[in-house]
Design a protein around this ligand. Structure first.
Ligand SMILES: Nc1ncnc2c1ncn2[C@@H]1O[C@H](COP(=O)(O)OP(=O)(O)OP(=O)(O)O)[C@@H](O)[C@H]1O
Ligand SMILES: [Mg+2]
Length: 259
């Protein structure tokens, strides 16, 4: 059984079809990187997977539990709100722009949902939150407010906040693209650490070298289709498809370091 499955997703915004029959399965402990040009549908796919966006067609399954499936007409029907609430507890999400609660301290950013949504014991949650902060190199920052931290520190707090919910898997949408290059490294390091402890992750990224080193599998999307997927060394260093080659060539043209 896969930890996560999204099958045959179709999604349009008005007349614009942005996802064409996309299917992705992720096994426990697997790290999948999604790459592709701007507008190719990467964020929309992640938003459908995490139910921030509804699919027009297709099914969505976490740990064998159906969050959404097709009806007889091939249109997506979602499970009940109570079931969706439970299934949403299986994953965490980290965006480009951190999305921390600005008026809460770092500690409260981490403890708010475990205490109020998961109804867990505050003392225990606070203890775990402090341990998480130590792991990401932010011991002593628990009483700071987000705006008192650097972008890289805020993004590490956002990752810790997702982990505080004890998810089975994490989705990242360009977690480093709002950061300066030197801060990007801090975040990539945390994600590498999570990969080392076999956290299941789906990461949309423009960091090709990182995708190649950390991912077990890379998916290249263009125009709402999966064009190519497979071993990162094949897809990134030795792509088969013309569109993948073209996309990757643009990175090397810009002098971006693929190594
Ligand atoms: N809420 C929306 N309403 C209308 N169109 C949308 C909406 N969200 C996304 N789109 C369109 O869907 C297409 C795919 O967008 P998406 O954000 O998924 O691309 P992306 O691959 O994440 O791009 P980027 O690399 O720039 O983040 C784009 O043409 C975009 O304009
Ligand atoms: Mg995007």
């Amino acid at each position: 059984m896969s930890l996560f499955e999204i099958n045959n997703v179709g999604k349009s915004f008005g007349d614009l079809k942005v996802l064409h029959d996309i299917s992705v399965k992720v096994e426990e402990g697997e790290v999948v990187a999604i790459i592709g040009p701007s507008g190719s549908g990467k964020s929309t796919l992640l938003r459908c997977a995490t139910m921030l966006e509804t699919m027009d067609s297709g099914s969505l399954i976490y740990l064998g539990e159906k969050a959404a499936q097709n009806d007889a007409q091939g249109r997506t029907v979602y499970a009940s709100p109570a079931e969706l609430r439970r299934i949403k507890g299986y994953f965490g999400l980290v965006f480009q722009n951190f999305n921390l609660f600005p008026h809460f301290s770092v500690l409260r950013n981490l403890t708010e949902a475990p205490v109020h949504v998961q109804k867990r014991d505050r003392k225990e949650v606070e203890k775990e939150a402090l341990e998480l902060l130590a792991k990401i190199g932010l011991s002593g920052k628990e009483n700071y407010y987000p705006q008192q931290l650097s972008g890289g520190q805020q993004q590490r707090v956002a990752i810790a906040r997702a982990l505080a919910m004890k998810p089975k898997m994490l989705f990242f949408d360009e977690p480093t693209s709002a950061l300066d290059p030197e801060l990007t490294g801090e975040i990539l390091k945390v994600i590498r650490q999570l990969a080392a402890i076999k956290m299941t992750m789906v990461i949309v990224t423009h960091e090709m070298g990182f995708a190649r080193d950390v991912a077990d599998r890379v998916i290249f999307m263009d125009g709402g289709y999966i064009i190519e997927e497979g071993d990162p060394h094949d897809v990134i260093s030795n792509p088969r498809e013309g569109r993948t080659k073209q996309f990757l060539a643009r990175f090397s043209d810009q002098g971006m370091d693929i190594d």
